[in-house]
Ligand binder design. Structure first.
Ligand SMILES: c1cc2nc(N[C@H]3CCCNC3)c3c(n2n1)NCC3
Length: 320
């Protein structure tokens, strides 16, 4: 375990002394709800996440606090440990992401106004967040559209990753590499299942990039069930394609990058360093400004979007 002293400690004073809690619910997560709150002194709005204090909540807060300095990760402003009606809670005050979700913003653009170069710039921002996590041996494990939010609705808004309820440390147990046993006989699982946690972030990154490029997901169940047996098989065997006409004008380098991230074999899947070094990401400003049909396809599929989100949530649950 890392030394505890570098962990930040929650405040034990009453949050309500410093913030007024509004009844505006900003979002609902599985680990707790997010409401708006206002700093009494500065009148600035923030997002407040209420968690029941337990080991899982402590891990979420500790890991999120550790990466809160990254430009593309939602910043934690303060954490309080307060007791409400006899129950200990962790109250996480975060910067308020007022620009809404990534795909809502793409959908709201005028038709034809969203180009492949803008898609590459968005991917560059998400990769910056994942690289920040993976280089600190933390896997997010819940990378999905509703966890990618914009700071404001302005053109210069910044895209950030949020929700660390499934985040996990992925110790590369090089400690086991200093052999206290001869490695010839060690079983693969002893060398750390964690190494696959990071690769599930890369799979998610591939799914998010696929949707950014065309407006629909690579895998979906076609019988309306959230995760049909057929869909599971298609994910496991990597059965997806780049159908025309939506993908006709998309560059081959974008398609090759998606293939590298959606590789069914986690050990062959690209690592985040490979992705951010990829020319399409590293030189996103040189990507062709080909108009994409993403916004139109997102609008057309608006009613089934909750099912897409649920399918991704279930797929992530089976990968963790
Ligand atoms: C910081 C964190 C946060 N989380 C939010 N919503 C969460 C809800 C659960 C799924 N992930 C996103 C929202 C926000 N913010 N701001 N503003 C509008 C909605």
């Amino acid at each position: 375990m890392l030394s505890l002293q570098n962990q930040r400690q929650p405040k034990t004073s009453a949050l309500v002394d410093d913030y007024e809690i509004s009844d505006t619910v900003l979002g609902l997560g599985i680990n707790g709800k997010v409401v708006q709150c206002t700093n009494r002194r500065t009148k600035q709005n923030y997002a407040l996440k209420v968690l029941l204090d337990n080991e899982k909540a402590r891990r979420e807060v500790d890991l999120h606090w550790r990466v809160s300095g990254c430009k593309h990760i939602v910043n934690i402003i303060d954490v309080y440990e307060n007791t409400y009606s006899g129950r200990k809670c962790l109250l996480v005050v975060m910067e308020c992401m007022e620009g809404g979700e990534l795909f809502q913003r793409i959908q709201d653009k005028a038709d034809g106004a969203f180009t492949e170069r803008e898609a590459a710039q968005i991917m560059h921002e998400i990769c910056a967040a994942i690289d920040y996590l993976h280089s600190r041996d933390i896997a997010h494990r819940d990378l999905k559209p509703e966890n990618l939010l914009y700071t404001t609705s302005q053109p210069n808004a910044i895209l950030k990753l949020t929700d660390f309820g499934f985040a996990k440390e992925t110790f590369t147990n090089d400690t086991l590499q200093t052999p206290c046993y001869t490695p010839y006989y060690v079983a693969p699982e002893v060398l750390g299942p964690e190494k696959y946690d990071k690769s599930c972030d890369i799979w998610s990154l591939g799914v998010v990039m696929y949707i950014i490029m065309c407006g629909f997901p690579p895998f979906y169940s076609n019988n309306g069930l959230a995760i049909s047996p057929g869909m599971k098989k298609r994910i496991r065997t990597g059965q997806y394609d780049f159908p025309d006409p939506e993908w006709t004008n998309v560059s081959q380098s974008a398609k090759d990058l998606i293939k590298g991230m959606l590789n069914v074999d986690p050990s062959k899947r690209l690592r985040i360093q490979d992705v951010i070094r990829n020319k399409w990401i590293a030189q996103y400003n040189a990507v062709p400004q080909t108009p994409l049909c993403t916004g139109r396809m997102l609008k057309e599929g608006e009613e089934t979007w909750p099912e897409v989100q649920e399918e991704m949530t279930r797929s992530l649950a089976t990968m963790r």
